[in-house]
Design a protein around this ligand. Structure first.
Ligand code: SF4
Ligand code: SF4
Length: 212
């Protein structure tokens, strides 16, 4: 490397160090002096009620916080939806879209602590395998995101739901496929197998006839 290139690199590094510190300090300064301070009276200001997937089903749902004078909350002070206070990339409860899932098991394999369980069957008119069981045990999940990263169809994703306090461990295990849907799909899978078997029998019979 020539001497002038050394010099360029030297001053470039100094510039980069100063610039990154300045950006960081600007964000701190801006947050400290210009951003509106809000005390969220949890849980009365929690907009995303219901199950984890509701946060995704109704992403634009507005917060309409009740006025809670006894809790010290002020309707005047609170002007925005709670979702705006939660970062877009916040890792809350996992959500799941069964219509996108192909039961490939990649999320199961990626999960280091066996949080997810999947079972799928082949049915007509559906890409991949249709899920007949998709269970998440939120009590074990460490929100690492490996399952989300590996999913080829974005069927599993993070919502911004965070409320997990419960007295019952079982309430943290969520079955995303209802028993009714499971039975319907198992029946469709049985029909498909039957259809394939009949086709094979017919083909074999035809082959034998041609052979003789
Ligand atoms: S976020 Fe991590 S721990 Fe939780 S289910 Fe996905 S892979 Fe497993
Ligand atoms: S990785 Fe995605 S598509 Fe595959 S089983 Fe998991 S959720 Fe379904």
């Amino acid at each position: 490397m020539k001497p002038w290139q050394h010099m360029k690199m030297y001053f470039g590094n100094i510039y980069e160090a100063v610039a990154t510190i300045a950006v960081g300090m600007w964000i701190t300064f801006k947050t400290a002096f210009f951003e509106r301070k809000v005390t969220i009276q949890y849980p009365s200001h929690d907009v995303l009620e219901g199950k984890a997937r509701d946060a995704v089903t109704f992403p634009e749902q507005e917060l309409n916080p009740p006025f809670e004078p006894f809790l010290g909350a002020s309707q005047q002070q609170y002007r925005g939806p709670l979702q705006a206070r939660i970062a877009d990339r916040y890792r809350g409860f996992l959500g799941y879209r069964e219509d996108k899932c192909i039961s490939c098991n990649l999320c199961v394999q990626a999960c280091p602590i066996e949080v997810i369980a999947v079972e799928g069957v082949k049915i007509e008119g559906r890409k991949g395998r249709a899920p007949v069981m998709f269970r998440i045990d939120y009590s074990k999940c460490m929100f690492c995101g490996l399952c989300v990263e590996v999913c080829p169809t974005s069927a599993i994703f993070f919502t911004r739901r965070f409320a997990a306090a419960t007295f019952s461990y079982h309430s943290l295990i969520e079955n995303f496929i209802s028993e009714e849907m499971r039975q319907q799909r198992l029946e469709l899978a049985r029909q498909l197998k039957q259809k394939k078997r009949s086709k094979t029998i017919k083909r074999n019979a035809k082959d034998e006839t041609t052979h003789f």
